[in-house]
Write a protein of this length. Structure first.
Length: 307
């Protein structure tokens, strides 16, 4: 293999794999907004149609076999369309599994390991990284029902699942068992209004002081337009020195200018009364505490929660 091929094979490849209803669309939009600035740093954010088509085509041709290194290089060349890159970032919530399959058993994303492993294998010679956002299972299932997607699977799931057994730790354990050596970054969708710039920098592999476009994307639906403008002006005039300072500022503006009930996530699922929702939520918080303490995971949490 030539020196050029070796360099291509060791590109950093970051795949954001979901989950559904946890901000993947926002990440895709954030990548698009920052594409020019990222490209200047050697980071490419190709259009989703390119990488979905190229990856699906190669997986179909391989039919379960592992790719050889030249196929991986050709795949990246197809995705990059002749552009050079030190890093490539791609996102698709369906990589964790289609929504219907995320809800076809007694736990969330039961086949995530077998789903993601063949995709990860496409980039075995690259410096592969994964990321995934989590969300309160009660809000997740409510969103699935409200979306009208995979309606049959969602209804069957609600009829058969014991909600108190839903644990993201089970999902993450399955993913880590399948891919124990691939760096994994997690965060909670509920925290994104406070940590969004850190999420984007982590995905892009950028330093803490890197400038981003769309840094308030996770706030736009939560804060009144006037409040967002005032927040932007305030931060421009008073740049925070720490993540904690940034978060305190955002929380203060949310308190004053937040849209009424914007942070509320009502849950109206058959058989899920207040006690069930409280239990599910407590288990979610317990899981986050466990996952954020694991050495094999990078967990992005608000600075006030960092241990």
């Amino acid at each position: 293999m030539t020196e050029t091929d070796q360099t291509a094979a060791r590109r950093r490849v970051h795949l954001h794999i979901g989950v559904h209803f946890a901000g993947t669309t926002r990440i895709v939009e954030g990548l698009r907004q920052n594409s020019q600035g990222f490209a200047e740093r050697g980071i490419r954010t190709p259009p989703a149609r390119l990488y979905r088509q190229a990856m699906t085509g190669l997986l179909e041709r391989l039919d379960g076999l592992p790719p050889i290194e030249t196929e991986e290089i050709e795949l990246l060349d197809d995705i990059l369309q002749g552009n050079t890159a030190k890093a490539v970032i791609m996102a698709d919530a369906n990589w964790a599994s289609p929504l219907a399959e995320a809800l076809h058993s007694d736990r969330l994303y039961p086949d995530i390991g077998t789903r993601v492993a063949p995709i990860a294998e496409l980039f075995e010679s690259s410096d592969l990284r994964l990321s995934m956002a989590l969300r309160n299972p009660a809000a997740f299932v409510q969103s699935a029902q409200d979306s009208g997607k995979a309606r049959g699977a969602t209804n069957a799931f609600l009829r058969n699942v014991q909600p108190e057994t839903l644990r993201w730790c089970d999902t993450v354990d399955a993913l880590r068992s399948a891919l124990p050596n691939v760096p994994l970054t997690l965060w909670c969708e509920e925290d994104t209004p406070l940590i969004w710039p850190r999420v984007m920098r982590q995905i892009a592999g950028l330093p803490k002081d890197a400038t981003l476009r769309g840094g308030f994307a996770a706030l736009r639906d939560l804060i009144q337009p006037e409040g967002l403008k005032r927040l932007q002006v305030f931060l421009a005039g008073h740049p925070p020195e720490t993540d904690a300072q940034y978060e305190r500022t955002v929380l203060a503006f949310l308190d004053k200018y937040g849209k009424e009930d914007a942070l509320d996530e009502p849950c109206d699922l058959p058989g899920w009364d207040a006690n069930v929702i409280e239990t599910v939520t407590q288990h979610y918080e317990d899981d986050i505490a466990v996952l954020s303490a694991r050495d094999d995971i990078t967990f992005i949490a608000p600075a006030s929660m960092a241990g």
